[in-house]
Design a protein around this ligand. Structure first.
Ligand code: ADP
Ligand code: MG
Length: 287
């Protein structure tokens, strides 16, 4: 009787049919179909009369890692700072173009740059914990934002997401500056995460770290990608190839302004670049 129960047969069929689709891992192709998290449109940034980057247009897809690569001085840091309006803090800097975030121009007159920096966090090359306890480093942003929830929980959750919790849970009152370089960088990532941003910008976050800490940061990025959109600047080609889904290659023109040579899936950039300059750069022939 039970074997001829029609509802049972159907259930079994659906399960069998759903299996393989569920098992397929999400790929960078899926990200391409997603809405971009930020879109740069014809962006130029000046310092005084000097144009540091010119006519930059690219999208960073949501829940993917986009790497910015290119020779020193090609404007990678400038572009990152433009995305969360940190360049506003540099006297004499000037922005042209548009950066769209959920379709809204971040440079529209009614946009509050402080709010932009909360939604779009930044992690720097040199880990820069505040001279405060580990706990207070992570709690700093939520406190100034007037966070009303359970701060202990938020601190723990942020440290867990930054894969630092197990190493520091027994010494939360100790100074953040007493941690190792790799731990300090993960603390800075926890601090960035604590204000619940959507996008995390990372400017050569592992370049001052030893190989083991570098790999830890890369593994962490791969985990964070599920919840955040990441844009990373790196001068390490292996790192860009290993850790990112998309790569934007910038070069400097005669006028020293940075411009985009090529932007594509990371695999394409490293295995089948369309531009000779890209091939020369990723194979280490210049830069
Ligand atoms: P990258 O990160 O690719 O090395 P940057 O964005 O730091 O490049 O710099 C791009 C260009 O802008 C360089 O020529 C640099 O000298 C110039 N630049 C960067 N920051 C400033 C600044 N605060 N004032 C003036 N010029 C700057
Ligand atoms: Mg830089």
């Amino acid at each position: 009787m039970t074997t001829s129960d029609p509802s049972r047969t159907v259930a079994v069929r659906i399960e069998a049919g759903a299996g393989p689709a569920k098992a397929a891992a999400p790929s960078a192709d899926d990200a391409a179909a997603r809405e971009p998290a930020v879109e740069l449109r014809d962006v130029s940034v000046y310092y005084g009369t000097f144009r540091a980057v010119r006519n930059i247009t690219f999208d960073a897809p949501a829940n993917a890692i986009t790497a910015l690569i290119g020779p020193s001085g090609s404007g990678k840091s400038t572009l990152l700072r433009a995305i969360n309006r940190m360049n506003d803090l540099i006297p004499g800097s000037r922005f042209e173009g548009e950066i769209l975030y959920h379709g809204q121009n971040l440079y529209a007159p009614d946009v509050d740059p402080v709010e932009v920096r909360r939604r779009i966090g930044m992690v720097f090359q040199k880990a820069n914990p505040f001279p405060k306890s580990i706990y207070d480093n992570v709690a700093f942003g939520p406190r100034i934002n007037g966070f009303k929830g359970n701060l202990d929980e938020l601190v723990e959750q942020s440290l867990r997401r930054a894969v630092l919790w197990d190493e520091v849970k027994d010494k939360l009152k100790q100074s953040g500056l007493a941690l190792s370089g790799g731990q300090q960088q993960r603390l800075c990532i926890a601090r960035a995460i604590a204000v619940e941003p959507e996008i995390i910008l990372m400017d050569e976050p592992a370049s001052a770290l030893d190989p083991r800490s570098t790999l830890q940061i890369e593994e962490l990025m791969a985990e964070l990608r599920a919840s955040y959109t990441i844009i990373i600047v790196t001068h390490n080609m292996q790192q860009a190839a290993r850790a990112s889904d998309y790569t934007v290659f910038l070069n400097m023109g005669e006028d020293r302004a940075g411009y985009i040579v090529e932007r594509d899936r990371t695999l394409e950039i490293f295995t089948n670049p369309k531009n000779q300059l890209t091939e020369d750069y990723v194979s280490g022939r210049f830069g």
